[in-house]
Write a protein that binds this ligand. Structure first.
Ligand code: SAH
Length: 587
């Protein structure tokens, strides 16, 4: 797998350096540039992105002599020393500067300045479209022409024959992509379009599995040339190759391994018995006599692609001195995506955007797909880029939501799963891990990151002072997933042990008795005058806070948007504040 290319943080001034250091702590993949500016030329070609903390004019002067081609230049972002703006200066799309500027803006609470057309219309840039899915861009395409058409709002025909089509669901209104013939064409297929003059860009989902049989010592170049010929002959795109497969005795065939390495193709080997079991259109007795299966190329292609039919039946290629090989191809149902896939389990806090941690913002920015309950997604909508794919689902669909996220992550995508508050406190984090574990997860792929958020009890506590200052516990009164008896036992224990108690999910339209019983249990061990806070929709526009005592708690005003905080024996009220003493002596 190719290594991610480095991101350099370049800050020649003292003030800029401080910001760069702060940013480096937030952007783990970034490296602080310690060398003279003159040495930038030497890293220009291998850098992923360059981030300057420097005036735009100065950056322009520095990079002008280095700019070569927007398809190969690194992305360049310029940030002002005060950290107010992150400007995507060049390499916005393929160089990744637009995405990085947005991420940096989220981390620094700055404004991202994007001036490219794709950014302006919220359209997926055509030259980046398939990158997230591991698709390969076609060679010699009319990228500029088709991008210009789309940016101008001119219709662009989409022909998609394979690969994930999530991107179409995420398109903004009034997007230019249509099914009918138009002045330009976006071609997404394993096949090649007929040759013509219509401006076309091609993305090739990697669905083609090559099956190869060859003589010992086959020359890599000859094998590659044969593969290219076999594909072209069948009208298939070389870029759509997912990987290559053969008989296991070829596991050390240098030419085969070299071609795979050259193109980043995974190699799969099958033993003769497995290949022999696979029905093929063109079996050969001679091959069976020799290696124990009547087909290598066709059977290997079908097995690797888990396909029923070939798109290219076997063809034999021979060249004096270079050896002989057989090539066949089959198409898999799903594209191969070499990206490892990631799940980002994000706690988005109680509601207000300024209560979302910078790390959670950055993770949101890195997600290609964002999954969550509609209300929570609405609360963080301004943090999402229009090109991100957002999937919302109703509140009771947690298992389906977790499964969907896992399925997409397994296809190589970075998938954010949003919980309100903290993801690990009555949120989605545990469920996602449970489903992963049940699915035989090895703990590594897909990778999982949990991004903590401010949970309801913290938000509620902050609104009323310092009620949680001593030992406290959270108890959910929802008996949908927990037996009511268990909840009562815990309430009883918490009441006895004098914990400050935060009640989550305290009362819904159908669960009205639980809060009343909880109060009874607490009253058995606590003074009726114990202060209680009801905090509803903390940090949301419709926030309501009210203070009561255990005895006079207005149960009917409690709902599912409320957190109930119940003081311990020492908690007291001053004005509209609740304070639980920590135990400090007061001389
Ligand atoms: N993961 C969330 C909790 C989800 S359970 C967190 O860590 O906060 C849902 C319950 O959390 C609600 O019934 C309510 O009791 C509480 N809650 C969530 N957001 C809240 C808010 N903004 N204000 C008050 N209570 C909230």
């Amino acid at each position: 797998m190719t290594q991610p290319r480095p991101v350099y943080l370049i800050a020649p001034t003292l003030a800029g350096r401080k910001l760069a250091q702060a940013l480096q702590a937030l952007l783990p993949e970034a490296v602080l540039w310690e060398r003279p500016l003159g040495a930038l030329e030497s890293v220009w070609r291998e850098a992923g992105q360059l981030v300057f903390v420097l005036a735009v004019g100065a950056v322009v002067r520095l990079i002008a002599p280095l700019l070569a081609d927007k398809r190969t230049d690194p992305g360049v972002v310029a940030i002002d020393e005060a950290g107010r703006f992150a400007v995507s200066l060049s390499g916005g799309h393929v160089g990744g500067a637009d995405a990085l500027a947005e991420r940096i803006a989220a981390l620094l609470s700055a404004t991202a300045v994007l001036t490219g057309a794709g950014g302006r219309h919220g359209l997926p840039p055509v030259d980046l479209l398939g990158k997230a899915y591991g698709w390969r861009a076609g060679e010699a395409c009319d990228w500029n022409r088709v991008a210009a058409l789309a940016a101008a709002g001119e219709p662009v025909q989409v022909v998609q024959e394979c690969g994930l089509d999530l991107w179409r669901a995420a398109l903004p209104e009034n997007h230019p992509f249509v099914d009918a013939a138009a002045a330009g064409r976006l071609w997404i297929s394993h096949r090649l379009p007929e040759v013509g003059t219509l401006p076309t860009v091609r993305w090739h989902p990697r669905v083609i599995w090559l099956g190869v049989g060859c003589e010992r010592g086959i020359a890599a170049d000859f094998l590659e040339q044969s593969i290219r010929q076999a594909l072209a002959g069948a009208g298939l795109a070389f870029e759509a190759v997912a990987g290559i497969a053969s008989l296991d005795i070829k596991a050390d065939e240098a030419g085969l391994l070299a071609v795979a390495e050259r193109h980043g193709w995974p190699v799969r080997f099958f033993d003769a018995a497995a290949l022999a079991r696979c029905p093929v259109p063109n079996p050969s007795q001679a091959v069976a006599d020799c290696v124990g299966t009547a087909s290598v190329a066709e059977a290997a292609a079908l097995l690797a692609g888990e396909a029923l039919q070939l798109v290219a039946p076997k063809r034999v290629f021979k060249a004096a001195g270079a050896g002989a090989c057989t090539v066949a191809a089959a198409v898999a149902l799903q594209e191969f995506n070499p990206a490892p896939g990631r799940l980002l389990l994000i706690g988005s806090g109680p509601g207000a955007l300024d209560q979302v941690t910078p790390a959670a913002r950055a993770a949101l920015g890195a997600a290609q797909v964002v999954i969550g309950y509609q209300l929570y997604i609405d609360l963080i909508r301004p943090l999402l880029a229009p090109t991100q794919i957002v999937e919302t689902s109703p509140i009771t669909q947690e298992v389906a939501r977790a499964e969907r996220a896992i399925a997409l992550a397994k296809r190589g995508l970075a998938v954010a799963v949003i919980s309100s508050g903290d993801a690990g406190i009555y949120g989605m984090a545990g469920l996602v891990f449970e489903r992963l574990a049940r699915g035989g997860w090895n703990g590594q792929a897909p990778a999982v990151d949990v991004l903590p958020g401010i949970t309801a009890l913290q938000a509620a506590a902050a609104r009323v002072g310092a009620p949680l200052m001593h030992d406290f516990c959270a108890i959910s009164l929802s008996d949908l997933l927990t037996p009511w008896q268990t909840i009562c036992t815990r309430l009883e224990a918490a009441a006895r042990a004098d914990f400050v108690v935060a009640l989550y999910n305290p009362r819904s339209a159908s669960r009205t008795q639980q809060i009343a019983q909880a109060r009874e249990i607490l009253l058995a061990h606590r003074d009726p005058a114990t202060p209680v806070a009801l905090v509803r929709c903390a940090y949301r526009p419709d926030e309501q806070v009210s203070l009561h005592t255990l005895a006079d708690l207005p149960l009917e005003s409690v709902d599912m948007l409320t957190t109930v905080l119940i003081g311990n024996r020492a908690t007291f009220r001053r004005g509209d504040r609740l304070i639980t003493p920590r135990g400090y002596p007061h001389p």
